[in-house]
Design a protein around this ligand. Structure first.
Ligand SMILES: Nc1ncnc2c1ncn2[C@@H]1O[C@H](COP(=O)(O)OP(=O)(O)OP(=O)(O)O)[C@@H](O)[C@H]1O
Length: 739
């Protein structure tokens, strides 16, 4: 039932109650008083008449009869009982009449009391009804305030209710008058009735007051409603207008954004394409075979125990911006003569340069495997020179590379779907061991064949790190005199990147391998002098043989010769040693004079076997493949041959910035400096900074104009500024210091 109907009903019942009350009060007029008066006058009249009759009879008897006391006495005796009876009867009648009147009055009073009770009930109902009406009005008013925009029918009904209340009020006024009259009557007859009347009157006043308040509230609500409605409608209009404006603005922004997004999509595709081209060009410009050098720090070592390294390009130390691409090693020969040798690298990293510095230099190289290239990064050096540190520490090249490719995959997720697979093997004593798959029994690593090693699909970086950690733990390690945890095996982690273009479904597949070679020091140094075991001798000999083979193969393939699959290491790395692949060797050396033979041997091997200008020149001249300039070039999936070795897949691109045919390498011939002839350099003390102009120099070889491409130099300059340079003596506590 709606509020309006309820109000109407309440008012109707209120009106009915009031009418009833009015009728009842009207019917309580004190008729009994008139009746009593009439009755009494009748009685008195009748009785007085009767007594008069007897008195008249008596008077007549007295007049007619001579005074005779006895007769008078008998007359009186006969009349007086009549008179007496008449009076008694009158008295009884009067008593009876009064008694009747009194009972009538009592009845009337009872009736009045009943009426009063009814009045109370009616008043209570009236109060209830008024309370309901007020509550409903409040609710209504609240609703009106909340929904001011809807001018509703209930307003009309409320106005009608108000009118009815006014009528009701008038009726109550009449009722009040009636009650006042009744009050008067009651006052004259009964105090109790008066009190009741007062009470009724009081209640009526309260009701009146409530009605007045209700009316005032109604008027207020009406006036407020009217102004609120107008005000709220205005507000709503303004809000709606504001919202519409905002929606329009949003729509404009959205359409602008959509246009911008589609432009950005196109731009980003273009950028990605260009970026790839640049990476590829950069990688090409830097050469497909690169050799870098890293000098391990040695803190706390006296200067006389350190090899002096300097930069022939910056001998006067005039520029702190020149990146080291040449390394001059100064020493005393057997005859205590001052000697120096220059070695030519693409970059030489000093003691103050971190793994991140190295990664930023080579990441274009590693990343090109995402375009389908085969890249190999080798660390070559004597034991304890930092090969594993460079590759496998938590900020090492392998970890950085994993981070790089996963980032690449997420950045390009809109264009390419990437898959990564990893293998980890160890070549130990000419056998290849799978470091991922272990024997089902005691978790022993198992020997495997090339191409049969376990490949793990990588879904997260963390997963990759776990696989690497497990593989490292399984790697064969045996202590040597020089490095208590020296790794006596070659450790190879390969990550294959399969990239599928979402647009055209084309697939490229490339691999980057990190080869942490076993220590390159001479067997004699480790074994004969230290009384190494037969196993260690065997290990040392195998390592020497494998590294010799490796150098030979690289040289041979680079100059167009045949491949020498003499050792399983070389066979396993065949992909890296074929044209069309990219090879980076990081030669790690110790800064200690006591290790200078090994250091010079490392520098010589890396520059001559791998990085000689002639070899690189030969490689460049044989190039036949041009690097695609599009990011989604067709798949160049490499698959291994039946013997597990991959087929040749293309050749080196010709790099405009490759070294000049003049072959102006600064690398001295091996004949001119023989590590075994290395003098004790204790007399060769050098500053940890590049020497001042005119300092110790007697270069044994070369002329060599700069052989790096200008772009490589430029990039190197931009990346290097005030870093410490190779040999600059940060004196780390290092195990060499214990030697
Ligand atoms: N650039 C460097 N900065 C700080 N510490 C280094 C650096 N290079 C190597 N080291 C430390 O020198 C020690 C030997 O390094 P690492 O084990 O990497 O040598 P390695 O060449 O791998 O030796 P091996 O051939 O015996 O495995 C380690 O304790 C390593 O932390």
């Amino acid at each position: 039932m709606s509020d309006e109907n309820r109000i109407t009903q309440e008012l109707a019942s209120l009106r009915a109650s009031m009418n009833l009350l009015k009728d009842e009060v009207s019917s309580t007029k004190p008729k009994y008083l008139d009746e009593l008066r009439d009755l009494l006058s009748l009685l008195i009249r009748e009785n007085v008449d009767g007594v008069n009759h007897y008195l008249n009879s008596l008077t007549e008897a007295v007049r007619k009869t001579p005074y005779n006391a006895r007769e008078l006495e008998s007359q009186l005796d006969s009349v007086l009982p009549h008179v007496e009876r008449s009076f008694r009867s009158l008295a009884e009648d009067i008593v009876s009449s009064f008694s009747n009147a009194n009972s009538g009055h009592n009845r009337a009073r009872n009736e009045l009391e009943k009426e009063t009770e009814l009045l109370k009930v009616s008043n209570f109902e009236l109060s209830l009804a008024l309370a309901n009406v007020r509550t409903m009005m409040e609710v209504k008013t609240e609703q009106q305030v909340k929904t001011p925009t809807i001018p509703d029918a209930s307003l009309t009904q409320l106005v009608q209710a108000d009118l009815k209340l006014k009528e009701q009020e008038a009726e109550i006024q009449k009722l009040k008058a009636e009650l006042a009259r009744a009050d008067l009557v009651k006052e004259s007859t009964d105090d109790q009735v008066k009190a009741l009347s007062n009470e009724a009157n009081g209640r009526l006043k309260i009701q009146e007051e409530e009605i007045r308040k209700l009316k005032a509230a109604l008027e207020l609500a009406e006036s407020q409603k009217a102004s609120d409605v107008a005000h709220d409608i205005e507000n709503w209009r303004n809000t709606i207008a504001g919202l519409e404006e905002a929606v329009r603005a949003q729509e404009e922004i959205i359409s602008t954004q959509e246009a911008r997004i589609s432009r950005q999509d196109a731009d980003s595709l273009l950028l990605i394409t260009r970026y790839r081209d640049m990476v590829e060009e950069l990688a090409t410009a830097k050469g497909n075979i690169r050799v870098m050098c890293r000098v391990r720090p040695a803190q706390g070592i006296p200067e006389e125990e350190l090899i002096h390294f300097s930069n022939p390009d910056n001998l006067d130390n005039s520029s702190s911006m020149v990146p080291w691409s040449k390394l001059r090693v100064s020493y005393l020969d057997d005859s205590k003569r001052q000697e120096s040798r220059d070695f030519d690298f693409q970059r030489a990293f000093g003691t103050g340069e971190s793994n991140e510095d190295i990664f930023s230099e080579i990441k274009d190289f590693a990343q090109s495997s995402a375009l389908g290239n085969s890249c190999t990064i080798m660390a070559y050096g004597a034991t304890g020179t930092g090969k594993s540190y460079t590759f496998l520490s938590s900020d090492g090249l392998v970890h950085s590379f994993i981070g790089l490719i996963f980032n690449l995959a997420s950045q390009e997720s809109g264009q390419y779907a990437y898959e990564f697979q990893m293998t980890a093997v160890e070549v130990y004593l000419n056998k290849i061991y799978d470091l991922i798959q272990t024997s089902s029994g005691g978790g022993q690593k198992v020997e495997t064949k090339i191409g049969a090693e376990t490949s793990v699909q990588l879904t997260t970086q963390q997963e990759a790190f776990e696989v690497i950690k497990t593989a490292i733990n399984r790697r064969e390690a045996a202590s040597t005199r020089q490095n208590q945890t020296s790794s006596r095996s070659h450790f190879i982690i390969s990550v294959t990147i399969v990239r599928r273009s979402i647009a055209d479904g084309k697939v490229t597949k490339g691999t980057t391998s990190f080869v942490d070679l076993a220590g390159s020091e001479s067997v004699g140094k480790n074994s004969l002098q230290s009384g190494s075991s037969t196993l260690q001798m065997e290990q040392g000999n195998d390592i020497n043989k494998s590294l010799l083979d490796l150098g030979q193969s690289i040289r041979s393939v680079a100059t167009g010769g045949k491949f020498y699959p003499g050792h399983n290491l070389t066979r396993y790395l065949r992909t890296s040693l074929t044209q069309g692949s990219r090879l980076l060797v990081i030669a790690t050396v110790s800064p200690l004079v006591s290790n200078q033979n090994n250091s010079l041997a490392t520098l010589r091997w890396s520059t001559e076997a791998v990085g000689s200008t002639s070899a690189r020149q030969a490689l460049s001249s044989r190039s036949s493949r041009t690097v695609s300039s599009t990011p989604s070039k067709p798949a160049s999936v490499t698959s291994r041959g039946s013997d597990g070795t991959p087929p040749h897949s293309g050749s080196f691109p010709v790099s405009s910035s490759s070294r000049t045919p003049s072959g102006s390498s600064r690398v001295p011939s091996s004949a001119s400096v023989t590590p075994s002839k290395m003098p004790d350099s204790s007399s060769t003390r050098h500053s940890t900074r590049p020497p001042p102009p005119g300092a110790t120099q007697s270069s044994s070889t070369h002329s060599g104009s700069g052989t790096l491409s200008s772009s490589a130099h430029a990039e190197g300059r931009s990346q290097r500024s005030h870093r410490e340079r190779p040999g600059a003596g940060s004196r780390d506590s290092h195990k060499d210091s214990k030697q």
